[in-house]
Design a protein around this ligand. Structure first.
Ligand SMILES: Nc1nc2c(ncn2[C@@H]2O[C@H](COP(=O)(O)OP(=O)(O)OP(=O)(O)O)[C@@H](O)[C@H]2O)c(=O)[nH]1
Ligand SMILES: [Mg+2]
Length: 217
């Protein structure tokens, strides 16, 4: 990286940090598509398997302890939750229900799945999706299915490894390599992976800056 690129990146991180330390507010929870807010500002969506750490990552990015509700029990988030950033609102973050949660009733899972997919496919203001993957588990078939769906819908997405604090550096390196290799085969995936730990704050300033850049504001 050149010195100029370095300085640009640092400036973006500072701007992102300042923005997220300002107004961040829960807007609404949409159990069905008819409850979505007006598509009047850019949106960034957090998606991934149940319990991967979507709500926790949203909290880490916004620097709030529990603006999005996280839980040790998978299936915590059951609706599309919208959070507004900026005063006046510049963009929104969207916390989504997880997929691949076997213990919830089939009907409930089907409802979440259809809500998430319809939102991802048809939302005109969706600027970017973050596809979260647990660093301990790597990509699963349900993730691949979601990635292919996003490819087909031409929704650009960033792959984010979560819970990096939970595994050894040598294992982490292997998962990073394997996930990046797969991401390269998906047309809408960014080739470079974000490695994060909400617990340790690892990769958070960089992802925060990337999210801000993605919104285009
Ligand atoms: N050690 C560690 N634990 C994490 C990290 N991120 C999330 N967790 C834990 O993982 C569990 C699930 O986190 P959530 O944020 O609720 O996961 P989610 O993807 O929103 O889950 P659903 O809403 O059920 O789909 C919680 O117990 C979190 O504390 C991390 O970076 N490190
Ligand atoms: Mg959640």
């Amino acid at each position: 990286m050149t010195e100029q690129e370095d300085a640009g990146r640092a400036a973006l991180e500072r701007r992102a940090s300042k923005l997220f330390s300002g107004r961040v507010e829960f807007l609404l929870s949409a159990p069905q598509l008819k409850f979505l807010p007006e598509p009047d500002v850019p949106e960034i969506a957090f998606c991934g398997r149940s319990n991967v750490g979507k709500s926790t990552l949203l909290n880490a990015i916004t620097g709030r302890r529990s603006i999005a509700r996280a839980s040790v029990t998978p299936g915590r988030t059951q609706e599309l939750n919208f959070f507004e950033v900026g005063e006046p609102t510049l963009f929104r973050l969207v916390d989504m229900p997880g997929y691949g949660f076997a213990k919830a009733p089939v009907k409930v899972v089907e409802r979440w799945k259809s809500l998430v997919k319809t939102y991802l496919r048809g939302r005109p203001v969706l600027e970017r999706t973050l596809v979260l993957v647990d660093a301990r588990h790597g990509l699963k078939d349900v993730d691949r299915e979601m990635m292919t769906m996003l490819d087909e819908a031409a929704v650009g997405y960033r792959m984010v490894l979560t819970k990096a604090d939970k595994i050894k550096a040598s294992e982490l390196a292997k998962v990073v390599a394997a996930t990046e290799a797969e991401a390269k085969k998906h047309v809408a995936a960014f080739p470079v992976l974000h490695v994060t730990s909400a617990e340790k704050g690892m990769g958070i300033p960089e992802l925060r800056a990337a999210v801000l850049a993605d919104t285009g504001v």
